[in-house]
Design a protein around this ligand. Structure first.
Ligand SMILES: [Mg+2]
Length: 128
């Protein structure tokens, strides 16, 4: 890494930011993808929903126990960690669908910006 990259890395660290790209994440996450490839879509979908469920359960317990519960901030960090698990399954599903994770992100932002510009960001409909 060069001087500029080092400085950028320091800048990001000081602000609790990361310089990893979606493509880099998608590529590196695939190095730990061990599952039956003949059942990839099913396996990854179940994994994604399972990890989202872990977030839901932890959030539910925080609602039950309130913000005064011992270790509240640790519990928030655990939820943040589960986001990483959701991201892993998301990235692997993108691989399975042969799409770039960054493109998925861009497409989503475009879709939401379009809805916002049309004043239909709330409500329901197709392609939610
Ligand atoms: Mg998990």
């Amino acid at each position: 890494m060069g001087w500029l990259e080092d400085e950028a890395e320091k800048f990001m660290e000081q602000r609790n930011m990361s310089s990893i790209t979606a493509t880099e994440y998608q590529t590196r996450a695939a190095e730990t993808a061990i599952f039956p490839k003949t059942k990839a879509l099913e396996y990854l979908t179940l994994g994604l929903v399972g990890e989202a469920g872990e977030i839901a359960n932890k959030a539910k317990k925080l609602i039950r126990d309130g913000a005064d519960v011992e270790g509240y901030n640790d519990k928030l960090n655990q939820i943040a960690s589960e986001l990483g698990d959701v991201l892993w399954y998301t990235a692997m599903l993108a691989n399975e669908l042969d799409v770039n994770l960054g493109k998925v992100m861009e497409h989503n932002l475009d879709k939401l910006a379009d809805r916002k510009s049309r004043g239909v960001i709330g409500g329901s409909g197709d392609n939610r």
